[in-house]
Ligand binder design. Sequence first.
Ligand SMILES: CC(C)(COP(=O)(O)OP(=O)(O)OC[C@H]1O[C@@H](n2cnc3c(N)ncnc32)[C@H](O)[C@@H]1OP(=O)(O)O)[C@@H](O)C(=O)NCCC(=O)NCCS
Length: 429
Amino acid sequence: MATDTLTVIDNRTGRRYELPITHGTIRAMDLRQIKGAADDFGLMSYDPAFLNTASCQSRITYIDGDRGVLEYRGYPIEQLAEHSTYLETAYLLLHGELPTGRQLEAWVDSITHHTMVHENIKRLLEGFRYDAHPMGMLVGTVGALSTFYPDAKQIHDPRAREIQIHRLLAKLPTLAAFLYRHSVGMPYAYPDNDLSYTGNFLNMLFKTTEVKYKPDPTLERALDVLFILHADHEQNCSANAMRAVGSSHVDPYSASAAATAALYGPLHGGANEAVLRMLDQIGAKDHVPAFVQKVKAGEGRLMGFGHRVYKNYDPRATLIKRLADQVFAVTGRNPKLDIALELERIALQDDYFVTRKLYPNVDFYSGLIYQAMRFPVDLFPVLFAIPRTAGWLAQWQEMLLDPEQKIARPRQVYRGPGRRDYVPLERRG
Ligand SMILES: CC(C)(COP(=O)(O)OP(=O)(O)OC[C@H]1O[C@@H](n2cnc3c(N)ncnc32)[C@H](O)[C@@H]1OP(=O)(O)O)[C@@H](O)C(=O)NCCC(=O)NCCS
């Protein structure tokens, strides 16, 4: 009769162990009892880059990478993108359920009324060079927020946690807009509480001399949908950073700064920026075949393709491709779209990409939309960090409330030199 256990026989000792299987996993700590000798430390699992290790149990986001499925708290991303708003989705991620009408109203009202940042943030931004990368500035300013809110250290107080969550969600667009205005040398535009989350963000970015900024409703909604699609993605590099750093019980601003830093990397949130640079480098549709050949020869990667988890078309990429048409109807077509479409067409027929299951990911088309909406390329990862803050905070809170979690501290397999005596300088080769 089948039992949910794994039988392990240690050929060093001939001993046999029964390890329970729960939710398709064995516990790495159950390996510790397997010892070659009585004074042995016990067996560990070795898994660089966490390719096959679950670091937590989570109830937030579900991905089936083979089938191209993404769900937040059980709701398919396609339905949320069609019917929800970013703030409602953020509520869902953080609270586990969709809000009632009254809950949503109170939630939106609170986020809207926490959008201002301390004036000293402006002076902090002035310390950055004119050409500072926006993500570098975002990492610095998000981290700096912790110094403005000492109550953020009360991470075990649910009310204190709630306030920081509202503040972070509310202030991220303000920080992002301010650092953009710093880069282009424009005066900061303050939040407008009459506007939606994304409408106000566009206001703070692009308002010039008009008394009241009126966001284009198509672009406002497109940005909201892009924010929904980027809100969470389970245990990716930055969520893992948020959990690992947060597990030291540091305040959520500092942990979010760490997550933002993780997102800065070109293999993660920097990928849509890298896609645009790649499309610029390719230059024209006719150059695509030669470029693909170079990628296949190992000279660089096809940015915006491939994913650690999705081995099928990224469902977010499908939605973004559709969104692109709506945005281009307002802004005019981004000429790089033709290069991107050709790249996708050729790659999806090529054995190299097919056998490795490399499909377009979320970043492949999002950059084209952002560029058509007049966002500078350097700002793209910032546009990712804003909505992902909801996911990071949901992951952080879940980690804090999980009685099984402790400070994250992986093991290592030491392969360095054995013990040796210090050699004085005059006796070294
Ligand atoms: C996302 C990514 C980091 C996932 O990496 P991973 O799961 O560690 O996959 P690997 O690096 O092990 O790649 C597996 C194979 O596919 C190849 N590969 C993966 N992504 C590739 C890409 N974008 N272009 C060309 N080849 C790629 C690798 O060279 C490797 O080939 P090999 O088996 O012949 O050595 C990777 O696909 C990538 O670098 N993509 C481009 C960056 C990007 O778009 N990131 C955004 C993710 S949302």
